[in-house]
Design a protein around this ligand. Structure first.
Ligand code: TMP
Length: 392
C-alpha cells in the first residue's frame, strides 16, 4: 500500500528548512512467503538517528513507569547469575537502564543518536553511541563478557538488518541468555486501523509468525510473549536459544489469535487498506466540517505517528492551528511536510480551542487525566483510532 510522498516523521523543522525538506515514498508491503509486513523503501538511518533526534523517552511519565516495571521484571526474571550484564539496543535517554545504573549493576546502552546518548550519560548510564550489529556485539562480548539479557524497546522494528541483530544476539548472549524486546504489534494495527504506526522509522510491523520464521534461521525461538498497552498496542517477545527455555502457552495462544486475524493472508491487508482509506476520508471530512462551523482545532502531541496522519489525510494549518507539545526541542518548529506550528502546552491552556485533535492517542489516559479543565471549558477531543469520532 502506498501513502504517497512523506517527509521524515520526526523531522520537525524551522521555516528556513522548508525548501530543502526531504521526502520519500512511504509504502508498506506484505511478504507471503515469510509473513513479514515491512516498508518497501527505506530512509538512510543517519537521516533518522543523529544528533538532533527529538524523541526523549522520559517526557512521558507513563513510559517512565512502564520502563521502571520492565527493569524490575528483567532483574527478577533474567538477571539471576552473579554480577550479570544487561545490554540495551536503542537505549535513548537511559530511562530503562537508569534503574540498573542506580542499583550498581553492570549495564551498557547502545544508542546511535548522540544527543539522547549524552543525556543518558548525564544520568549515569553507560552508553556507547553506535548502531548495534554483529561486529559491535563481538566487541562488547570481548570487552565486557557475555550478556545475560539483550533488551530493546521500540527499536527492533527500526533496524533494517534484523539478521545482523539475530546474529549479534547469538554472539553476545550467554547460552541461557535472553533477547527480550517490545514493539508495536501488527495484530493491533490491523484491529485498530492504527495506520499511523506506519512511518520511516518503523521498517517492520512484527507478528509472532514473522518473527518466529526469522529467529528459527539462527536456532533461536520465541519462547514467551506478553501483550502490552504501550504505543497503542505492543507485544513483548522473549527469545532464547532453541530448547533452552520452556515455551509458554501464551505463544500457542498468540499463534491461534494471529491465524484468526488472518495475519498470514494477503486479503487481510487488502481489507486493511480499504479501512485506512475510509478512516482518512472520515477524519478529513470531520475537520473540514468543524472549520466551516468556525471551530478552532488544535493538535495535541506532535508525535512521529502524526506525520503520517497529517500528510496522508492532508491536514494543513488551515485545519489545525498549531500542535501543542511538551518537548522543548520541537517547540517553535513546524511539523514535517504540512508545516503546522508546534507550540508549548502553555499556549493550549492559555486559550483553549473548541477541539483538540489527539495525535498522541496512545497516551490518552494520561492526557485526559491531566486536562479536565479543557473539558470543563467545553473543549472536545477528536480521536481517529480505532475510529474517527468526537468524544462525548
Ligand atoms: P509518542 O507517542 O511517540 O510517545 O510521542 C508523544 C509526543 O507527545 C511527544 O512529543 C510528547 C508529547 N506529549 C505531550 O505533548 N503531552 C503529553 O502529555 C504527553 C504524554 C506527550
Amino acid at each position: 500500500m502506498s501513502f504517497g510522498r512523506m517527509p521524515i516523521a520526526n523531522g520537525f523543522l524551522t521555516r528556513e528548512q522548508f525548501a530543502t525538506e526531504y521526502f520519500f515514498d512511504l509504502q508498506v508491503g506484505f511478504c507471503e512467503s515469510c509473513g513479514m509486513v515491512q516498508l518497501t523503501e527505506r530512509v538512510d538511518r543517519e537521516r533518522l538517528f543523529n544528533e538532533t533526534y527529538p524523541f526523549f523517552t522520559s517526557t512521558s511519565s507513563r513510559m517512565v513507569k512502564h520502563f521502571t516495571e520492565f527493569a524490575d521484571e528483567i532483574r527478577t526474571r533474567h538477571l539471576t547469575s552473579s554480577d550479570p550484564l544487561v545490554v540495551e539496543i536503542g537505549s535513548n535517554d537511559g530511562t530503562l537502564l537508569s534503574s540498573f545504573a542506580k542499583a550498581g549493576q553492570r549495564h551498557l546502552g547502545i544508542e546511535p543518536s548522540s544527543n539522547v546518548a549524552e543525556e543518558a550519560r548525564r544520568r549515569g548510564v553507560q552508553t556507547l553511541c553506535a548502531f548495534f550489529d554483529e561486529s559491535l556485539a563481538k566487541r562488547i562480548a570481548s570487552e565486557h563478557g557475555p550478556a545475560d539479557v539483550l533488551v530493546g524497546a521500540n527499536v527492533m522494528c527500526h533496524i533494517p538488518d534484523l539478521h545482523a541483530v539475530a546474529k549479534g544476539a547469538r554472539v553476545l548472549l550467554k547460552p541461557e541468555g535472553v533477547l527480550v524486546f517490545e514493539d508495536p504489534y501488527l495484530g493491533e494495527i490491523v484491529q485498530k486501523v492504527s495506520y499511523d504506526q506506519i512511518y520511516d522509522e518503523h521498517v517492520f510491523y512484527f507478528s509472532l509468525g514473522s518473527l518466529s520464521r526469522l529467529f528459527e534461521q539462527y536456532d533461536l525461538e520465541v519462547y514467551d510473549v506478553r501483550p502490552l498497552e504501550e504505543h497503542g498496542g505492543s507485544m513483548r517477545y522473549y527469545v532464547g536459544r532453541k530448547g533452552r527455555h520452556a515455551v509458554s502457552s501464551a505463544v500457542e495462544d498468540l499463534r491461534a489469535h494471529e491465524r484468526a486475524l488472518g495475519l498470514h493472508r494477503r486479503d487481510t491487508y487488502e481489507t486493511l487498506r480499504t479501512r485506512i482509506e475510509r478512516s482518512r476520508d472520515a477524519l478529513k471530512d470531520l475537520l473540514v466540517r468543524l472549520r466551516k462551523e468556525g471551530k478552532r482545532i488544535v493538535g495535541y502531541g506532535a508525535t512521529s505517528k502524526s506525520t503520517t496522519v497529517t500528510n496522508y489525510c492532508g491536514i494543513t494549518p488551515d485545519l489545525v492551528e498549531f500542535v501543542s507539545d511538551t518537548t522543548p526541542i520541537k517547540q517553535g518548529k513546524y511539523t514535517p511536510g504540512v508545516h503546522i506550528p508546534v507550540r508549548p502546552h502553555g499556549e493550549f491552556s492559555a486559550r483553549y480551542p473548541d477541539c483538540a485533535l489527539l495525535f498522541a492517542w496512545n497516551h490518552a489516559g494520561e492526557i485526559m487525566a491531566k486536562e479536565p479543565q479543557f473539558r470543563a471549558a467545553g473543549g472536545r477531543w477528536i480521536v481517529y483510532v480505532p475510529q474517527v469520532q468526537i468524544l462525548s
